[in-house]
Design a protein around this ligand. Sequence first.
Ligand code: UDP
Length: 237
Amino acid sequence: MKENYLGVEVSSYSYSQLTDQIIEDINKDRKSFIVAINPEKVLKAEKDKDLLQLLNKATYQIPDGVGILIASKFRNGNINERITGIDMLMTLCKTASENGKNVFLYGAKPGVAEQAKQNLEAKLPNLSIVGVIDGYEKDQESIKRQINDANPDIIFVALGSPAQEYWILNNMEQLNVNIFQGVGGSFDVLSGNIKRAPAFFRKFGLEWFYRLIKEPFRIKRQLKLPLFLLKVIFSKK
Ligand code: UDP
């Protein structure tokens, strides 16, 4: 269930296949690691072998970004649904609340994860969020202790990429947690500090366009998309 773009593996699971897998992972006490893949990360990994290895070590690489979908179309692949980090987080929280699983939030500026927790609990009253730690806490031993004491099934890590992915890989064996997901700036969005694009833009895959109007400096990041597609078209792999 994986496709490969410029060396980076991407899972072709749908949301429901992923959530089924993840609940099974928890019930069978397996550890899994979810990472969001977009064209920018793939291009970075082309130049950074450590990052490439790290991304390929994840259990589930979710296709976050229309670029991956277009690339999959070119290759006659099976990825036809975009799975963003934040939507995966929401889906997992909903699944967790329905299956009696606990979650933990780690990352973002002080106060942000706490606010995100309150907003998530307001949306999903049965969700059990067993702890939060901000992403600027320095004492790694205390962080690990707090997480293990809270004993969550799922942890969302919002330290930015690739710091959060390195953190997950370096700590997952020492933590009593089954599911690890790197979620970038998601807590900022969930806390209400940053607004997502209106539904209209999201529905038509134009979130990038909305963000470009709001933050024109993103153009440099966004030009990576056509570059990525050209490379995929001309690469054999
Ligand atoms: N962050 C953090 N600790 C740090 C650096 C960053 O918790 O030492 C948080 C930051 O507050 C923000 C998130 O990491 O909430 C990064 O968000 P961004 O949108 O930059 O994520 P990316 O684009 O890297 O996925």
